[in-house]
Design a protein around this ligand. Structure first.
Ligand code: SDX
Length: 428
């Protein structure tokens, strides 16, 4: 006997089934709400209380600060896995064995050339263009060079689309950076590992041999794993809703990149560094920025703090904070910004405004400090977030299509003018 929720409207009672997830979350299934009540709907700006789907990919417990991909704890994956293993896990539901991983990587390498005509598109951008705008455009342009929609009923067609975007996206990321730096575009080297190849494409100088640095490889591997998926966040929900109209995978991901760009979402990692720099320029006056963040009249927010789901530490922020110390030390980088960030965190964690609202550092608070130590320009930070989030977007898009989810089309509550008779212009 399924458990029921009872809703009473004007003395009439309606019952709706309670559905329970594998981690004991409970949801009210209101699929029949409008039909049985004669048109009553719900309203929930920002979907703070509304689930858009059932998903088996990522689990978050915001109160406990728990994050897992397909049942594996983020702490274990960040410490012990390679990024490509996590990509495989998110998309194909299981960690790969060596043979599966080798084949997956080989199939991705086979797709890692980008049509030369894409260069004409990137050449047309001004150097001043924000890399997220370039990346979103180039990703959308890939639809012009590849089948625009995927036959999801064909396992081969789905697999080919997946390895195609996994092969080409890192090239677009590297080209976006090199365009900004006025460097010739680099095609990578298929003899390298997935992470090593990304670093080589990004940092290789045409007049010298690129020497791999294990600290950089390990840091990027960990950062990409930590960003790989995060259930129904803004950009992933965008990828799902765009894909629900049966738009292609590349077009859906391009839309997700644009959603990620916003400073309230992935763009926060760039905004955090700009905020920390401003505090440094201000002589490290964190109190001024704390006051601004608490002032309702001031639109300024403490970037990298707060989260829609986490009302405890973001587990990713804890891992990145620890990694920041190690990476900066291993790279021999002294960065006062890290100390300012730690000072700000301490102040906020002892400030009633932040404590009462359960505002803690999120994934974006410390990540930029590592990217900066790796010589990645601030404007590229959100592009690096997108590179990490790509497998999550792919996995969520695939799950939505294979589950044959209906087209996403929310209702609304109309609060505009009621009927009015049209007047011709001479009578207005
Ligand atoms: C990401 O969803 C995901 O999973 C996203 C992400 C992922 O992996 O995909 O985790 C990645 O986007 C992380 C978040 C990065 N964004 C930032 O760091 C920007 C700064 N943070 C905020 O703008 C805010 O915390 C959000 C957008 C992250 C969450 O906003 P909510 O859930 O809509 O919360 P809210 O705006 O309703 O805030 C609740 C209260 C408000 O105060 P009151 O009206 O109750 O008095 O907390 C205050 C807010 O003013 N508040 C902040 C604050 N964040 C919330 N006050 C100052 N500084 C902040 N950062």
């Amino acid at each position: 006997m399924s458990r029921l929720a009872t809703l009473e409207i004007d003395g009439k009672k309606y019952k709706f089934p309670l559905v329970q997830g594998t981690e004991n979350e409970i949801a009210i299934d209101i699929k029949t709400l409008r039909a049985v009540t004669g048109g009553v709907t719900t309203i929930d700006p920002g979907y703070k209380n509304t689930g858009s789907c059932e998903s088996a990919i990522t689990f978050l417990d915001g109160e406990k600060g728990i994050l897992s991909y397909r049942g594996y704890a983020i702490e274990d994956l960040a410490e012990k896995a390679d990024f490509l293993e996590v990509v495989f896990l998110l998309i194909f539901e299981e960690l790969p064995n060596q043979e599966q991983l080798d084949k997956f990587h080989s199939d991705i390498k086979a797709q890692s050339l980008v049509d030369e005509d894409v260069r004409k598109i990137i050449d047309a951008f001004p150097k001043s263009a924000h890399p997220m705008g370039v990346l979103s455009s180039l990703t959308s342009a890939l639809t012009a060079f590849n089948p625009s929609s995927v036959n999801v009923d064909s396992e081969d067609a789905m697999y080919n689309a997946i390895v195609r975007i996994l092969g080409k996206f890192p090239v677009l990321v590297a080209w976006t950076l090199r365009k900004k730096q006025g460097l010739p575009l680099d095609y990578g080297d298929n003899s390298l590992g997935y992470i090593e190849n990304i670093l080589k494409m990004m940092f290789h100088k045409p007049n010298e041999e690129y020497v791999q640095n294990q600290v950089m490889i390990d840091a990027l591997n960990k950062l990409l794993i930590l960003h790989a998926d995060h259930e129904q966040n803004c950009s992933t929900s965008t990828v799902r809703i765009v894909g629900s109209s049966h738009a292609g995978l590349f077009a859906s991901i391009s839309a997700g990149i644009s959603a990620l760009w916003g400073p309230l979402h992935g763009g926060a990692n760039q905004a955090v560094l700009e905020m920390l720099e401003a505090i440094k320029e201000d002589g490290g006056d964190t109190k001024k920025y704390m006051a601004k963040a608490k002032d309702k009249e001031d639109p300024f927010r403490l970037m990298g703090f707060g989260h829609r789901v986490y009302k405890n530490f973001d587990p990713r922020a804890k891992i990145i904070k620890a990694a920041a110390d190690e990476v900066l030390e291993d790279l021999g980088v002294e960065d006062p910004i890290l100390d300012i960030a730690k000072g700000l965190e301490q102040e906020a964690l002892n400030d009633e405004y932040f404590v009462s609202r359960k505002l803690y550092p999120n994934v974006d608070f410390y990540s930029g400090i590592i990217y900066r130590a790796m010589d990645i320009p601030t404007e590229m930070f959100t592009v690096m977030f997108a590179l990490g989030r790509l497998p999550g977007w792919i996995a969520q898009w695939k799950e939505m299509r294979l589950r044959k989810e209906p087209i996403g089309r929310p209702r609304q509550l109309y609060i505009g003018e009621t009927h009015r008779e049209f007047k011709t212009i001479k009578n207005r």
